[in-house]
Design a protein around this ligand. Sequence first.
Ligand SMILES: [Zn+2]
Length: 244
Amino acid sequence: MKRPSCQRQLEYIDRIVDLNILRQKRKSLAIHILSDGQPVELRVPLRCPWSEIESFLESRLDWIHRAVLEVASRPREIPPGFKDREIHYFLGKPYPLKLSKGKGKVSVCDGFLNIQCSNHLDEEKVSKQLDKFYKSSSLAIYEERIEVCVADFPVFIRPSGLRVRKMKSRWGSCSQNGEICLNTLLIQKPLAAIDFVITHELCHLIHFGHNKKFYALLDRAMPSWRESELLLSSKSEPFQHFLF
Ligand SMILES: [Zn+2]
Protein backbone atom coordinates (compact mmCIF):
# COMPACT_ATOMS: atom_id res chain seq x y z
CA MET A 1 0.00 0.00 0.00
CA LYS A 2 1.20 3.49 -0.84
CA ARG A 3 1.85 5.74 2.17
CA PRO A 4 1.55 9.51 1.95
CA SER A 5 4.86 11.15 2.66
CA CYS A 6 3.09 14.25 3.84
CA GLN A 7 -0.41 15.54 4.41
CA ARG A 8 -1.45 19.15 4.30
CA GLN A 9 -4.35 21.43 3.52
CA LEU A 10 -4.72 23.88 0.67
CA GLU A 11 -6.74 26.99 1.30
CA TYR A 12 -8.40 28.67 -1.62
CA ILE A 13 -11.03 31.38 -1.32
CA ASP A 14 -13.62 29.74 0.95
CA ARG A 15 -12.63 26.15 0.50
CA ILE A 16 -10.10 23.89 2.19
CA VAL A 17 -8.79 20.97 0.20
CA ASP A 18 -6.96 18.05 1.87
CA LEU A 19 -3.81 17.09 0.08
CA ASN A 20 -1.55 14.03 0.26
CA ILE A 21 1.92 14.50 -1.10
CA LEU A 22 3.42 11.20 -2.23
CA ARG A 23 7.07 10.83 -3.07
CA GLN A 24 7.51 8.26 -5.80
CA LYS A 25 10.04 7.05 -8.31
CA ARG A 26 8.91 9.33 -11.13
CA LYS A 27 10.16 12.24 -13.23
CA SER A 28 7.43 14.86 -13.04
CA LEU A 29 4.87 16.23 -10.61
CA ALA A 30 1.23 15.23 -11.10
CA ILE A 31 -2.07 16.01 -9.43
CA HIS A 32 -4.73 13.32 -9.06
CA ILE A 33 -8.27 14.15 -8.01
CA LEU A 34 -9.65 10.78 -6.99
CA SER A 35 -13.25 11.19 -5.90
CA ASP A 36 -15.45 13.52 -3.90
CA GLY A 37 -14.46 13.70 -0.24
CA GLN A 38 -11.06 12.06 -0.75
CA PRO A 39 -7.82 14.03 -0.45
CA VAL A 40 -6.22 15.29 -3.62
CA GLU A 41 -2.99 13.42 -4.40
CA LEU A 42 0.15 15.20 -5.47
CA ARG A 43 2.68 12.69 -6.80
CA VAL A 44 6.22 14.03 -6.83
CA PRO A 45 9.69 12.66 -7.66
CA LEU A 46 11.61 11.20 -4.69
CA ARG A 47 14.13 14.04 -4.45
CA CYS A 48 11.95 16.93 -5.56
CA PRO A 49 12.77 20.02 -3.42
CA TRP A 50 9.97 21.52 -1.32
CA SER A 51 10.38 24.87 -3.05
CA GLU A 52 9.52 23.25 -6.37
CA ILE A 53 6.49 21.49 -4.85
CA GLU A 54 5.29 24.79 -3.36
CA SER A 55 5.59 26.75 -6.59
CA PHE A 56 3.94 23.92 -8.54
CA LEU A 57 0.98 23.99 -6.12
CA GLU A 58 0.84 27.77 -6.18
CA SER A 59 0.61 27.85 -9.97
CA ARG A 60 -2.18 25.27 -10.02
CA LEU A 61 -4.35 26.39 -7.10
CA ASP A 62 -7.07 27.69 -9.38
CA TRP A 63 -7.09 24.50 -11.45
CA ILE A 64 -7.23 22.25 -8.34
CA HIS A 65 -10.09 24.28 -6.91
CA ARG A 66 -12.02 23.99 -10.16
CA ALA A 67 -11.37 20.26 -10.55
CA VAL A 68 -12.41 19.50 -6.94
CA LEU A 69 -15.65 21.43 -7.47
CA GLU A 70 -16.26 19.62 -10.73
CA VAL A 71 -15.83 16.19 -9.08
CA ALA A 72 -18.09 17.22 -6.16
CA SER A 73 -20.78 18.41 -8.54
CA ARG A 74 -21.08 15.17 -10.48
CA PRO A 75 -24.40 13.44 -9.95
CA ARG A 76 -24.20 11.13 -6.93
CA GLU A 77 -23.56 7.46 -7.66
CA ILE A 78 -25.64 6.22 -4.71
CA PRO A 79 -29.23 7.39 -5.04
CA PRO A 80 -31.52 7.83 -2.04
CA GLY A 81 -34.17 5.21 -1.34
CA PHE A 82 -37.79 5.36 -2.43
CA LYS A 83 -39.72 4.60 0.73
CA ASP A 84 -42.46 6.77 2.20
CA ARG A 85 -41.12 10.09 3.63
CA GLU A 86 -37.72 9.73 2.01
CA ILE A 87 -36.39 13.06 0.81
CA HIS A 88 -36.07 13.86 -2.88
CA TYR A 89 -35.40 17.21 -4.51
CA PHE A 90 -37.31 19.25 -7.06
CA LEU A 91 -36.06 22.65 -8.28
CA GLY A 92 -33.67 22.91 -5.35
CA LYS A 93 -36.21 22.17 -2.63
CA PRO A 94 -36.40 19.00 -0.53
CA TYR A 95 -39.69 17.09 -0.49
CA PRO A 96 -40.57 13.91 1.40
CA LEU A 97 -42.24 11.24 -0.71
CA LYS A 98 -45.91 10.58 0.02
CA LEU A 99 -46.68 7.23 -1.50
CA SER A 100 -50.08 5.78 -2.22
CA LYS A 101 -51.59 3.06 -4.34
CA GLY A 102 -52.95 4.40 -7.60
CA LYS A 103 -52.60 4.94 -11.32
CA GLY A 104 -49.11 6.36 -11.66
CA LYS A 105 -49.60 10.05 -11.01
CA VAL A 106 -46.89 12.28 -9.56
CA SER A 107 -47.41 15.81 -8.24
CA VAL A 108 -45.76 18.33 -5.97
CA CYS A 109 -48.39 19.41 -3.48
CA ASP A 110 -48.50 20.70 0.12
CA GLY A 111 -44.75 20.21 0.57
CA PHE A 112 -44.81 16.61 -0.56
CA LEU A 113 -43.86 14.70 -3.67
CA ASN A 114 -47.03 12.67 -4.06
CA ILE A 115 -46.50 9.47 -5.98
CA GLN A 116 -49.30 7.16 -6.90
CA CYS A 117 -48.04 3.79 -7.99
CA SER A 118 -49.56 0.39 -8.78
CA ASN A 119 -47.41 -1.02 -5.99
CA HIS A 120 -46.22 1.82 -3.76
CA LEU A 121 -44.20 -0.56 -1.59
CA ASP A 122 -42.05 -1.59 -4.54
CA GLU A 123 -39.13 0.85 -4.45
CA GLU A 124 -38.10 0.13 -8.03
CA LYS A 125 -41.58 0.97 -9.33
CA VAL A 126 -41.68 4.17 -7.27
CA SER A 127 -38.23 5.13 -8.56
CA LYS A 128 -39.36 4.64 -12.19
CA GLN A 129 -42.45 6.72 -11.55
CA LEU A 130 -40.34 9.52 -10.11
CA ASP A 131 -37.89 9.31 -13.04
CA LYS A 132 -40.82 9.72 -15.45
CA PHE A 133 -41.96 12.79 -13.54
CA TYR A 134 -38.44 14.26 -13.55
CA LYS A 135 -38.21 13.63 -17.29
CA SER A 136 -41.54 15.16 -18.24
CA SER A 137 -41.14 18.20 -16.00
CA SER A 138 -37.53 18.71 -17.03
CA LEU A 139 -38.42 18.92 -20.71
CA ALA A 140 -41.02 21.64 -20.09
CA ILE A 141 -38.92 23.61 -17.61
CA TYR A 142 -35.65 23.38 -19.58
CA GLU A 143 -37.39 24.66 -22.72
CA GLU A 144 -38.61 27.67 -20.75
CA ARG A 145 -35.18 28.29 -19.20
CA ILE A 146 -33.45 28.00 -22.59
CA GLU A 147 -35.65 30.86 -23.82
CA VAL A 148 -34.62 32.97 -20.81
CA CYS A 149 -30.91 32.13 -21.22
CA VAL A 150 -30.96 32.74 -25.00
CA ALA A 151 -32.60 36.16 -24.43
CA ASP A 152 -29.90 37.10 -21.87
CA PHE A 153 -27.01 35.74 -23.95
CA PRO A 154 -24.67 38.45 -25.31
CA VAL A 155 -24.43 36.85 -28.78
CA PHE A 156 -27.32 35.64 -30.90
CA ILE A 157 -27.30 31.87 -30.64
CA ARG A 158 -30.03 29.31 -30.42
CA PRO A 159 -29.68 25.55 -29.92
CA SER A 160 -31.07 23.53 -32.81
CA GLY A 161 -32.87 21.24 -30.39
CA LEU A 162 -33.14 19.93 -26.84
CA ARG A 163 -32.88 16.37 -25.60
CA VAL A 164 -33.24 15.25 -22.00
CA ARG A 165 -31.67 12.13 -20.61
CA LYS A 166 -30.83 10.68 -17.22
CA MET A 167 -27.02 10.67 -17.08
CA LYS A 168 -24.60 9.44 -14.46
CA SER A 169 -21.60 11.63 -14.95
CA ARG A 170 -22.58 14.88 -16.63
CA TRP A 171 -25.14 17.63 -16.34
CA GLY A 172 -25.19 18.59 -19.97
CA SER A 173 -23.55 18.26 -23.35
CA CYS A 174 -23.93 19.61 -26.84
CA SER A 175 -23.55 18.03 -30.24
CA GLN A 176 -21.91 19.41 -33.38
CA ASN A 177 -25.29 20.08 -34.97
CA GLY A 178 -26.09 22.51 -32.15
CA GLU A 179 -28.38 20.30 -30.13
CA ILE A 180 -28.21 20.53 -26.34
CA CYS A 181 -28.67 17.50 -24.13
CA LEU A 182 -29.48 18.05 -20.45
CA ASN A 183 -29.60 15.61 -17.55
CA THR A 184 -33.13 15.02 -16.24
CA LEU A 185 -31.65 14.94 -12.71
CA LEU A 186 -30.72 18.61 -13.09
CA ILE A 187 -34.41 19.30 -12.35
CA GLN A 188 -33.55 18.52 -8.70
CA LYS A 189 -31.38 21.66 -8.61
CA PRO A 190 -32.39 25.34 -8.23
CA LEU A 191 -33.24 27.35 -11.37
CA ALA A 192 -29.95 29.30 -11.11
CA ALA A 193 -28.03 26.01 -11.42
CA ILE A 194 -30.15 24.94 -14.41
CA ASP A 195 -29.54 28.32 -16.07
CA PHE A 196 -25.82 27.93 -15.44
CA VAL A 197 -25.66 24.54 -17.20
CA ILE A 198 -27.72 25.87 -20.14
CA THR A 199 -25.53 28.99 -20.45
CA HIS A 200 -22.41 26.81 -20.22
CA GLU A 201 -23.71 24.71 -23.14
CA LEU A 202 -24.69 27.83 -25.12
CA CYS A 203 -21.06 28.98 -24.79
CA HIS A 204 -19.96 25.59 -26.16
CA LEU A 205 -22.05 26.23 -29.29
CA ILE A 206 -19.52 29.01 -30.00
CA HIS A 207 -16.32 27.72 -28.32
CA PHE A 208 -15.94 23.97 -28.24
CA GLY A 209 -13.29 23.60 -25.51
CA HIS A 210 -12.91 25.04 -22.02
CA ASN A 211 -10.39 27.64 -23.16
CA LYS A 212 -9.90 31.33 -22.33
CA LYS A 213 -12.38 32.47 -24.97
CA PHE A 214 -14.98 30.09 -23.58
CA TYR A 215 -14.63 31.47 -20.04
CA ALA A 216 -14.57 35.08 -21.29
CA LEU A 217 -17.91 34.46 -23.00
CA LEU A 218 -19.31 32.69 -19.93
CA ASP A 219 -18.26 35.68 -17.78
CA ARG A 220 -20.12 38.02 -20.11
CA ALA A 221 -23.21 35.84 -20.36
CA MET A 222 -23.47 35.06 -16.64
CA PRO A 223 -21.17 37.14 -14.42
CA SER A 224 -22.32 35.21 -11.32
CA TRP A 225 -21.76 31.75 -12.82
CA ARG A 226 -19.32 30.68 -10.10
CA GLU A 227 -22.03 30.98 -7.44
CA SER A 228 -24.52 29.11 -9.61
CA GLU A 229 -21.94 26.38 -10.23
CA LEU A 230 -21.66 25.87 -6.46
CA LEU A 231 -25.40 25.12 -6.32
CA LEU A 232 -24.75 22.02 -8.40
CA SER A 233 -22.58 20.48 -5.71
CA SER A 234 -24.80 21.29 -2.73
CA LYS A 235 -27.99 19.51 -1.83
CA SER A 236 -29.63 22.93 -1.92
CA GLU A 237 -31.85 24.07 0.90
CA PRO A 238 -30.89 22.83 4.35
CA PHE A 239 -33.32 20.47 6.03
CA GLN A 240 -34.03 22.77 8.96
CA HIS A 241 -35.98 25.08 6.65
CA PHE A 242 -38.24 22.25 5.89
CA LEU A 243 -41.49 21.39 7.67
CA PHE A 244 -43.12 17.98 7.67
ZN1 LIG B 1 -18.20 22.28 -20.78
